[in-house]
Design a binder for this molecule. Structure first.
Ligand code: GRF
Length: 222
């Protein structure tokens, strides 16, 4: 598909941007009918902005301190996204809560990735909480963002095992590898128009629900 015909994606970041990189790489490998056209950060020196520059994607820093309220700050971000004619907003390590106005404006057009099997362990310090609780499986989730923290309709999940000798770092690394698979996959399903939201549930048209992708112990579905 020609770049001009692709779904235009804006990515919101606060940090290193490895998920952003996975999305860019999937597009450059010809696996995505979607292209990142702008990367918006609330942190001036976020490494994700450098990744954008390297791939000739517009970088944008929107300074939260330059705005009187979260609403005004989110309005400024929305203006950047609108200016770039973004059709889908992807949160990738973006560390702030979005205003209700922003969510409303892009309803079911904002995705987020979270390093746990939601609704378990929303919020921060996810791997510490998962290990402390003693779960035997964890994973990652891509979902549509709503007004809550990590509460929106779930699009896709991947499962990984938790081992006795895991630390927060080893578990994070195992999960991150699958984040990098499921985020581009969710975006591609969206770009193909295959995701249908009905209440809390997201149905994926044309997927064989009897056949999640299995890799060893690890599952990705849909
Ligand atoms: C990822 O673990 C993601 O699930 C969470 O924040 C982290 C961002 O990592 N929301 P990166 O910036 O994409 O490398």
């Amino acid at each position: 598909m020609a770049t001009k015909d692709k779904l235009r994606v804006g990515v919101l970041v606060s940090g290193r941007g490895s998920n952003l990189q996975a999305i860019i790489d999937a597009n450059e490998a010809g696996k995505l009918d979607a292209a990142v056209v702008v990367v918006v950060s609330d942190v001036k020196d976020a490494y994700a902005l450098e990744r954008a520059r390297r791939h000739r994607i517009a970088p944008a820093f929107v300074d939260p301190k330059a705005h009187a309220s979260r609403e005004a700050f989110n309005e400024a971000m929305a203006a950047v996204l609108t200016e770039h004619q973004v059709g889908l907003v992807c949160l990738a390590g973006y560390m702030r809560v979005l205003s209700a106005g922003f969510i409303h404006r892009f309803r079911h057009r904002i995705m987020n990735i979270h390093p746990a099997l939601l609704p378990s362990f929303p919020g921060l310090h996810v791997q510490g909480k998962s290990l402390h609780h003693g779960v035997k499986f964890s994973g990652c989730t891509v979902h549509f963002a709503d007004e809550g923290v990590d509460t929106g309709p779930i699009i896709i999940q991947a499962i990984v095992p938790v081992f006795d000798d895991d630390t927060e770092d080893t578990l994070s690394a195992r999960i991150l590898k699958y984040e990098h698979q499921i985020y581009p996959r969710a975006i591609q399903l969206y770009a193909e128009g295959r995701l249908e939201v009905r209440g809390r549930r997201v149905f994926c048209k044309g997927s064989d629900s009897e056949r999640p992708i299995k890799e060893g112990w690890r599952y990705i579905h849909p």
